[in-house]
Design a protein around this ligand. Structure first.
Ligand code: C5P
Length: 306
């Protein structure tokens, strides 16, 4: 009822347009525990959304088709996760209408930042919230998990512990540490396949989950976080097999980042800073070397529980 009241009078039932910001994430920790029989890996990972975002604009059309346009035309395809999210909802609810999708892409693609997964979750939230479709939180979670392991996290956003293959979400309410007030994200100019990175894990890369446990309790209890407790089981293999990523990491350390970690399966690296001036200076030095670098902060978007 509240959403109805917010509709402007000129908006008719067909032709409604709504937009949403779709945030990137980083993995503060990513502990790979075991390889499962289904080929996926059992994880514990702490994911945090950051204020780097794509904008998704969804319009209802009378023709029962789905179309997509994108600021990066190569992403405007039928297998785009936004298209698949809309299709999944249309099928489940037998919706008669079609949708036009417009995507303004800012988050690097295949980067370890969850861009595509975030787009899918944001689309599900948009359909549920603005079109007021009869989808429960558990329906959304089920559709999200069917689209990818990282998608359910983005229904919640903020900081969460993600377990299983990543789809089991525990939202956390941290007191965010000073030492991570600013987050510099560097995207090396290569793409990395997530499946490939997982397939090439070495026995030594598996973890007992200590890093996620220690970082979680530090964040929740407000104990000052030791940055060297952050850990990513996928980092060693990625640095070894992709020299561009190892070089970029060295460059970050050389120009003043004290700690640098891989996000997800990479290739994006992130470095936390307590101080804006230092973060900005390091960003400028890296940009002068030709690197793509984003200066961001952790954020708490309105998710499904908001
Ligand atoms: O779930 P999603 O399709 O995003 O995962 C992409 C690939 O990453 C999977 O096909 C799998 O190879 C790998 N993966 C994994 N264990 C996970 C998540 C992803 O092995 N927990």
């Amino acid at each position: 009822a509240m959403n109805n009241a917010q509709l402007a009078p000129q908006q008719s039932l067909t032709g409604r347009t709504h937009f949403i910001q779709s945030y990137a994430k980083i993995n503060l920790t990513l502990d790979v525990l075991t390889r499962r029989a289904d080929g996926y890996h059992e994880l514990t990972t702490l994911m945090q959304t950051v204020d780097l975002y794509d904008t998704i604009c969804l319009s209802e059309t009378q023709e029962p088709t789905i179309s997509i346009t994108c600021s990066r035309p190569e992403l405007a395809t039928e297998d785009n996760l936004i298209v698949r999210a809309v299709q999944a909802v249309r099928q489940r609810l037998s919706l008669p209408q079609g949708f036009m999708i417009e995507l303004h892409k800012r988050v690097p693609v295949a980067a370890g930042l969850g861009g595509g997964s975030s787009n899918a979750a944001a689309t599900l939230l948009l359909l549920q919230q603005k079109w007021q479709l009869p989808l429960t939180a558990s329906d959304l979670h089920e559709i999200a998990a069917s689209l990818g392991s990282d998608v359910p996290f983005f229904l919640v956003g903020g900081l969460a512990l993600c377990e299983g293959r990543g789809e089991r979400i525990t939202p956390l309410a941290p007191s965010w540490p000073q030492s991570m007030r600013w987050l510099l994200l560097l995207k090396p100019a290569i793409s990395v396949s997530t499946a490939h990175v997982f397939r090439h894990l070495s026995p030594e890369d598996y973890s007992d989950g200590t890093s996620s446990r220690v970082v979680r309790s530090a964040l929740e209890e407000g104990i000052e976080l030791r940055l060297d407790t952050l850990h990513n089981s996928l980092q060693r293999g990625v640095l070894e097999r992709y020299p561009e990523v190892a070089q970029a990491r060295e460059a970050m350390l050389q120009v003043g980042a004290s700690h640098v970690f891989l996000s997800g399966s990479g290739p994006t690296l992130f470095a936390p800073f307590a101080n804006l001036t230092s973060a900005f200076q390091v960003q400028q030095r890296l940009q002068a070397q030709g690197y793509e670098v984003f200066l961001t902060r952790a954020n708490y978007p309105q998710g499904i529980n908001a």
